[in-house]
Design a protein around this ligand. Structure first.
Ligand SMILES: [Zn+2]
Ligand SMILES: [Zn+2]
Length: 358
C-alpha cells in the first residue's frame, strides 16, 4: 500500500514537472516555428489564379469564430480588400496575406460593421508599403467623409510612427487613405481593370442604406462575386452569372426570430426592435442558395453570418433547406477560410488558413 502511494506520488511529481517544464518548451518551439514561417517571410509564391481569404466571416454580433466582415483577394499579381470589419487586418497576417501591397480597399457600403476596422487596416497598408501616396479606398457616395474622418483620427498617431520608425518605414506621403467614390451607371460599373483583373461594382438592395454594392472579380478564366449586405435580390444572379464561387451574406430568419422572442421575454424592447428590423434587409441562407442557383455559380460560401454560431453543431440548423435550392457545395465560412481558384483549371480548393493558430 505504502509502495503504491509512493508510486502515485512520484507519478504526480513527474506529471507536474512535465507540465511545468516540458510543455512550455514544446510551446516555445512551436511559437518559433510558426513565427519563422510567417513573420516577415515573403508571401508564398501562389499558383496563378484567384485566392480568397475570409478575414471576417461575421457581423456586428459577437461570434468567437467570426469577426466583422472582411474579404481579401489575390488575383494574379494584384491584391485587394473588400470591407474592413473589426479584426480584419489582424486576421490576415496568420493567413499569410500581407496587406501593404494592396491595390485598394473596396467598401460595399458604409454601415459601421464594414468600416470599423478601417483604421487598423490602413495602418497595415501604410507601414513598410514603399508607396508614396495614400491607400485608395473605393466605395459609395459618402466614402470621402468616412476616409476624411479616419485620416483625421489617426493623424496624431502617424506622427509618432514616423518619429519612432523613420520615413523609410512610415512615410508621411503615403499615410492614410484617398477616397474614390463610385457612381454606378445602370446598376453597375467596372471600377478596376488592370493586368487582367477586372472588378465590377454592382447595385444590391440594403434599404435604407443606399447605394450598397456587391463586387464581381474576374481574372483570366476564374471569377467570384461578393454580395456585401443585401436583401434577396434577383439582379445579383445577373451580375454574378456563371461565377465559380459566390460569397453571399446570410441571416437565418428563424434563429433571429428566436432571439427576438427571448429579447421580448426579457423586456429588452430596444433589442427586440433591432432584431425585428434587421430581418428585412438581409438574405436567408435558403434565398442565398436560390441566388447561387439562378447565377449558375458552382459553389456558395456564406459569410456575414447572423446570428452568431457558438457551436459548429448549429451549422446544419443555419443552412436548413439550402440543399433543396442549390446542388453545388455550400460552406458556412469562418475567419481563416481560404478558397483558391487556380487558372486553367476547374479546381475550387478550400483551406483553413488559421489551422496553426486555433
Ligand atoms: Zn449593412
Ligand atoms: Zn453588415
Amino acid at each position: 500500500m505504502k509502495k503504491l502511494l509512493l508510486f502515485g506520488l512520484g507519478l504526480l511529481i513527474v506529471l507536474f514537472a512535465a507540465r511545468k517544464l516540458v510543455l512550455p518548451k514544446i510551446a516555445e518551439r512551436g511559437f518559433e516555428r510558426v513565427l519563422s514561417e510567417r513573420l516577415g517571410a515573403p508571401t508564398a509564391q501562389l499558383e496563378d489564379g484567384i485566392h480568397v481569404y475570409i478575414c471576417g466571416a461575421g457581423s456586428p454580433l459577437f461570434d468567437a469564430k467570426r469577426s466583422g466582415p472582411c474579404i481579401a483577394v489575390q488575383a494574379g499579381e494584384k491584391s485587394f480588400i473588400f470591407d474592413a470589419g473589426t479584426k480584419g487586418s489582424q486576421n490576415l497576417a496568420p493567413m499569410g496575406f500581407t496587406v501593404d501591397k494592396v491595390e485598394g480597399i473596396f467598401l460595399t457600403h458604409l454601415h459601421s460593421d464594414h468600416i470599423d476596422g478601417l483604421g487598423q487596416m490602413l495602418l497595415g497598408t501604410w507601414i513598410n508599403s514603399g508607396r508614396t501616396e495614400p491607400t485608395k479606398v473605393y466605395g459609395p457616395v459618402g466614402t470621402s467623409q468616412v476616409v476624411d474622418g479616419f485620416n483625421m483620427a489617426y493623424q496624431i498617431d502617424s506622427t509618432y510612427r514616423t518619429a519612432h520608425h523613420g520615413v523609410a518605414v512610415a512615410n508621411p506621403a503615403s499615410f492614410g487613405a484617398i477616397a474614390h467614390e463610385i457612381k454606378l451607371v445602370n446598376g453597375s460599373k467596372v471600377v478596376y481593370d488592370n493586368d487582367g483583373v477586372k472588378i465590377t461594382a454592382t447595385m444590391v438592395t440594403h434599404e435604407p442604406v443606399h447605394p450598397a454594392f456587391g463586387y464581381r472579380i474576374d481574372y483570366k478564366d476564374r471569377s467570384i462575386y461578393i454580395s456585401g449586405d443585401t436583401a434577396y435580390d434577383i439582379r445579383i444572379a445577373g451580375y454574378a452569372k456563371d461565377v465559380d464561387v459566390m460569397f453571399h451574406e446570410a441571416l437565418n430568419m428563424e434563429m433571429v426570430q428566436t432571439m427576438e422572442g427571448i429579447a421580448k421575454k426579457n423586456g429588452a424592447k430596444g433589442l427586440e426592435k433591432i432584431l425585428f428590423d434587421i430581418q428585412d434587409y438581409h438574405t436567408s441562407p435558403v434565398d442565398a442558395a436560390k441566388t447561387a442557383k439562378q447565377a449558375n455559380a458552382r459553389d456558395l460560401v456564406l459569410y456575414h453570418i447572423v446570428p452568431m454560431l457558438p457551436n459548429d453543431l448549429l451549422i446544419p440548423v443555419f443552412v436548413k433547406g439550402t440543399n433543396a435550392e442549390f446542388d453545388g457545395k455550400i460552406t458556412v465560412s469562418q475567419d481563416g477560410t481560404i478558397v483558391r481558384l487556380p487558372v486553367d483549371s476547374d479546381a475550387i480548393i478550400y483551406e483553413d488558413g488559421m489551422a496553426n493558430f486555433r
